[in-house]
Ligand binder design. Structure first.
Ligand SMILES: Cc1ncc(COP(=O)(O)O)c(C=O)c1O
Length: 441
């Protein structure tokens, strides 16, 4: 018999929360109990305006009828189907709908259950692709400083956020990093910054150091979100494309945040005019409602695997929940909602209003940068000396009390509201944020 005491209802001890200051939270919990449209409802009955689309994922807002209905009826019809050697229609249908909106030339979809898993899948596919073509020496992976590619070993190895890497040992071998693209001379840029295309030339140096014949892939977020919203300098992604193509290296765009309308087009690839070899996505694929991630690949990559006897598995990779029926139903209803409401176009149309509202914060205390693109933005604060992150975290707590949900990373406040936001709600979000910032120590 266990002599453990049974936790009381609402005992907060057992749940070890992810990426959370657990002790602070449990002393002063922040709980949501409902959500609809642009708002969350807190446990004490307050409405909080969602300035972050949950965690950059609820692009169509909350409790959208079509998505709710699709999940309910899917659960009653086909709850689960084996993912290996069996199929169900919605997995194929969703892949086709994703391809419909993906950049030209991207023709196949491999399902995962999160952004992190999509990244691991893409990295493995890249290495296996070269091997399948008789180029097995290409195993190196190149990421970028300040990159965020989820939390699994491949993702943190190519990623460049120090806190996410330093606790976890020696990571993957054979990984190198390009410099990040955050330049002080670009402070307060509106949209894509002018300076920094030359930073892509660093890839040439890395390629020369290792020799192209050893490099499988370069992975970057077209717009680096989690590190604090770094918009790609003009011409930078084009250069990366040119260099990777010239050296036979695959280019992977991690579009877990930029996918599904965030920067005013279906994908960042279309917004910035550069087509990679693979795209990883998640979050907005199902409006964040059911976990799902995916790798979108060109026919060239897919077809390289389609050799050998037809009864043989071509790619020894996949997850129990790859293409899960509930996730596929949510994904289909989500893409229909985006399309019916023209939400990607809406994000683009609202871009100028968003930009002006955000940049009106310039001049408030501690402000060292403001940057934006599509319906995403960041406000960077000067860190308190000796106490980095404290100032922005205080802003996050104060904002929550003021009725707005913002997100912070380091001393950067990131904003990415659902694409259904109204102009008056942009005013409310930025107005309340301004009040919070004015009072900040
Ligand atoms: C670019 C990028 N890649 C990967 C991930 C990881 O996604 P997940 O948290 O679903 O594993 C994220 C999450 O924010 C992301 O922004």
């Amino acid at each position: 018999m266990s002599n453990r005491t049974t936790p009381a209802p609402n005992d907060l001890r057992a749940f070890w929360m992810p990426f959370t200051a657990n002790r602070q939270f449990k002393k002063s919990p922040r709980m949501f109990v409902a959500a609809e449209g642009m708002h969350y409802t807190t446990v004490d009955g307050r409405q909080v305006l969602d300035g972050t689309a949950g965690l950059w994922c609820c692009n169509a807002g909350h409790k959208r009828p079509k998505i709710v209905e699709a999940i309910q009826s899917q659960a009653a019809e086909l709850d689960y189907a084996p993912a290996f050697q069996m199929g169900h229609p919605k997995a194929f249908e969703l892949a086709n709908r994703v391809i419909d909106i993906a950049p030209e030339g991207m023709e196949h979809v491999f399902y995962a259950n999160s952004g992190s898993e999509a990244v691991e899948s893409a990295l493995k596919i890249a290495i296996a692709y070269h091997r399948a073509r008789g180029d097995a020496g290409r195993t190196r992976l190149i990421g970028r400083e300040r990159g965020y590619h989820g939390v699994n070993f491949g993702g943190i190895s190519v990623g460049g956020i120090v806190a996410n890497r330093k606790h976890f040992g020696s990571l993957l071998n054979g990984v190198d990093h390009m410099p990040h693209t955050h330049l002080p001379e670009n402070a307060f840029s509106k949209g894509q910054p002018e300076h920094g295309a030359h930073l892509a030339d660093e890839l040439e140096r890395i390629v020369a150091l290792h020799d192209p014949s050893t490099i499988a892939a370069v992975i970057v977020e077209p717009m680096a979100g989690s590190t604090g919203v770094l918009i790609p300098p003009k011409g930078y992604l084009q250069k990366l494309r040119e260099i990777t193509r010239r050296h036979g290296i695959l280019l992977i765009f991690d579009e877990v945040i930029t996918g599904f309308g965030r920067v005013g087009a279906a994908f960042g690839s279309q917004r910035y005019g550069v087509v990679p070899d693979m795209i990883t996505c998640a979050k907005g694929l199902t409006n964040g409602v059911i976990p799902m991630g995916a790798v979108i690949a060109t026919a060239d990559i897919h077809d390289a695997f389609m050799t050998g006897p037809e009864n043989m598995i071509e790619l020894f990779h996949g997850y129990t929940y790859s293409g899960n029926p509930m996730a596929c139903a949510a994904g289909l209803a989500t893409l229909e909602t985006y399309s019916e409401e023209g939400l990607f176009q809406r994000a683009s149309d609202l871009g100028d209003y968003w930009q002006e509202a955000l940049h009106a914060l310039k001049g408030l205390p501690h402000m060292i940068d403001i940057r934006n693109d599509g319906l995403i933005g960041a406000v960077e604060l000067e860190p308190i000396e000796g106490a980095p992150t404290k100032r922005a975290f205080q802003a996050f707590l104060d904002a929550y009390e003021a009725g707005i949900l913002i997100r912070t990373t380091g001393d950067i406040i990131a904003l990415s509201p659902p694409l259904i936001i109204e102009k008056a709600q942009i005013d409310e979000l930025i107005g309340k944020l301004a009040d919070v910032l004015r009072k900040l120590a």
